[in-house]
Write a protein that binds this ligand. Sequence first.
Ligand SMILES: [Zn+2]
Length: 487
Amino acid sequence: MAGRRRFEIPEGWVARGWQFEVEPTTPGQRSLIDQHFGARRVAHNWVLAQVKANLDARMADPTVPPLRWRLYDLRRAWNQAKQEVAPWWRECSKEAYSSGIADVVAALHAWSDAKDGRRAGRRVGFPRFKARHRDRGRVRFTTGAMRLEPDRRHLVLPVIGSLRSKENTRRLLRLVTKGRARVLSMTLSEHGGRLFVSVATIVAHTPRTPSEPEACCGIDLGIGRDWAVIAHADDTIQRVAHPAPWAQTQKQRRRVARQLSRRTIGSRGHRQARTKLAALDRRAANLRKHQVHTLTTALARRYGTVVVEDLDIAAMGRGMGRRAFRRGVSQAGIGAVRPTLAYKCSWAGGRLVVADRWFASSKTHHGCGGYRVDLQLSARAWVCPGCGQMVDRNANAALNLRDWTGPMSAAAPAAAAGMSSVGVVDAPVPFVGDHGGQAHALAWACKALEDHREVAGADDTRTEPLVARNLEQGYQSDDNCRCSLIW
Ligand SMILES: [Zn+2]
């Protein structure tokens, strides 16, 4: 299968995403936006149906020529058929259809790469048809009249027009105006009834040095009372608790979830409770996100070396059961810390070290090297068999990580490389002659990549090694919904 065209980040630039919550500025705009979401789904489903029909035909008769999974080819097929399939196609931006088709192509490649063992991480199912109740409405614009307005409050998307941002766009706008940022795409999406515009950019990177370039710190993440325990270079131990409002939100969440379960599905009360629950979830997630960012920024700017544990988040999930896992690991944002540190450390000029997964950081006494074999998972403190001292479990683990000298885990190079100054970003490459606005991809930065296996993005949370899988032949849709991991 031919490799997908990917946008290669030029030397000295880094990929960076921005998200703004927006609201419509004109009365008819909201329905126009929904129409675009629907248009994307129609193109997505139509192309997927073509691909499926082709695969079925080829299974019955191998002489049937394969349909090439390329955005260019599939988009041309759509353009030939759209008058029949969607006579209303003129009402939406062509980007709506294009983004749906691009997503099918990406999903098909992810599926076939996973099937043949070319893709690390979990197994990927065959793409599914999108339905309104199952698909988060979204549409991505890569070309056309999209821009940030100089008033720092509005974003303009093709056909949809101006949207008011609830947040000031100053930081991004300044970079764009100075030519230090280029907009690659803008994605309008809906989440919990709210609209967001995600702006994918590349930003000119300024080399920095952390304030203590020679110093080292270790972080032990947990789901108990302490969310994170940090061993600083000067031997101080910093304990970071879960944010108090977050704990409060969790309490309210329990009550509202109970209410929801008692109400009749489809009733007004049920709908109200669901909205309330979604609001609480959003608040909890935002509080957590804020905490992850403040902690990681502070550490990345200060230390030359940050050491974290190589947590097998997926295995933790398997060991704990779904509910406990959601409440503990997912909601504590533990999985988000390492990838966030990976790119922040590299931006700040430091490095992230991932200690080997099998390093017994909790069981070894930092002071004397005494080793406690039978340490219970619930034990907060233990007595060292070597010197008889009381040892605080988390603080001890953090100190051990800080002074880590052993082998780094297999995941370390990818995580430590993080967002290097050169890499690729999974953004579709705009076609030559298809440009109309601010979003011109630099011609010299476009390159088709045959092989994208080495890509380790900043959000690379993969903890499983690359294993060749021997999955069953043929294709089928994957019914194991993985969304449950992200509550
Ligand atoms: Zn000891």
